[in-house]
Design a protein around this ligand. Structure first.
Ligand SMILES: Cc1ncc(C[n+]2csc(CCOP(=O)(O)OP(=O)(O)O)c2C)c(N)n1
Ligand code: SF4
Length: 251
């Protein structure tokens, strides 16, 4: 019998704790597929965050170094600098990367650290119960904005990828989504390119991934996939934001 689909080698045989329909589990699998296909399991070092993906070290079968909240880019920087042959990636939520970790993220990107950030934008603080994140849409109800995010009080959703795109140290930035088979395939390609950018020593690379959180959005998984298309992509358009790699996508 021909084997056409199997668990990636770098994804441990463990049961995910994620809610049904959560984007984290899809992105974990995609990342492991890329690690396998690029043959970098022995060199990969992941830096997971506090947040729903805090237990990522139970799932990725690569070296993992847990960071404190928001410090992913700083921890990844340290590892990459002392071990330049490692392929280092941070895995961070939006509360982590774009709120408490804004400083670390901006300066690591500006320094052109040769690291890869996998940035999960689910528009809320997922793990702690669905509070407003910097990425929460205007009008969106969360536990801390029960009447909807008010731009006059809480400001606007932060477009961290567009901001980082202005920095000279950034080599590759793409925003994708994991709400349809086509978008999942594009996300995998983007993750692969972000790792390749690091292998080529070109600078900071990040993939921002619009990721459903059905539990805190109070939707079914299907509704959450549709909501990403209908609402999230209006504010966070998917596509390449910056690419100095000069490389076309490999299919
Ligand atoms: C210094 C510090 N402050 C606050 C917390 C509590 N905390 C843990 S996870 C989290 C929110 C995570 O949200 P996000 O980064 O968006 O990831 P998600 O859970 O949505 O994947 C917070 C505030 C903490 N662990 N450490
Ligand atoms: S709360 Fe949201 S982000 Fe966290 S595991 Fe559940 S669906 Fe995923």
């Amino acid at each position: 019998m021909k084997l056409i689909y199997s668990r990636p080698k770098s994804l441990k045989r463990a049961v995910f704790h994620y809610c049904p329909g959560c984007g984290h589990s899809i992105v974990h699998r995609l990342t492991c597929e890329v690690v396998d296909e690029m043959g970098i399991q022995d060199r990969a070092v992941g830096v997971p965050p506090p947040g729903c993906s805090v237990f990522a070290y139970y799932y990725f079968d690569v070296d993992m170094v847990e960071s404190a909240h928001g410090r992913g880019a700083a921890v990844a920087t340290g590892i990459k600098r002392v071990s330049p042959d490692s392929v280092v990636f941070s895995y961070q939520g939006d509360g982590d990367l774009a709120a408490i970790g804004t400083t670390e993220t901006v300066h690591a990107a500006n320094r052109g650290e040769k690291i890869t950030a996998i940035f999960i934008n689910n528009a809320v603080y997922g793990m702690t119960g669905g509070q407003m994140a910097p990425t929460t849409l205007v009008g969106m109800q969360t536990t801390t904005t029960p009447y909807g995010r008010d731009k006059n009080i809480e400001g606007y959703p932060i477009k961290i990828s567009e901001m980082l795109g202005l920095l000279d140290g950034v080599a590759y930035l793409e925003r994708t989504a994991v709400n349809s088979p086509a978008n999942i395939r594009k996300t995998k390609k983007a993750i692969r390119k972000a790792f390749q950018t690091q292998l080529d020593g070109l600078g900071f690379a990040m993939v921002e991934i619009l990721s459903p959180c059905p539990t805190n959005w109070k939707m079914t998984p299907l509704e959450s996939w549709q909501w990403v298309d209908k609402e999230m992509t209006k504010v966070f358009p998917v596509g390449v934001i910056k690419d100095i790699t000069g490389k076309k996508d490999a299919d």
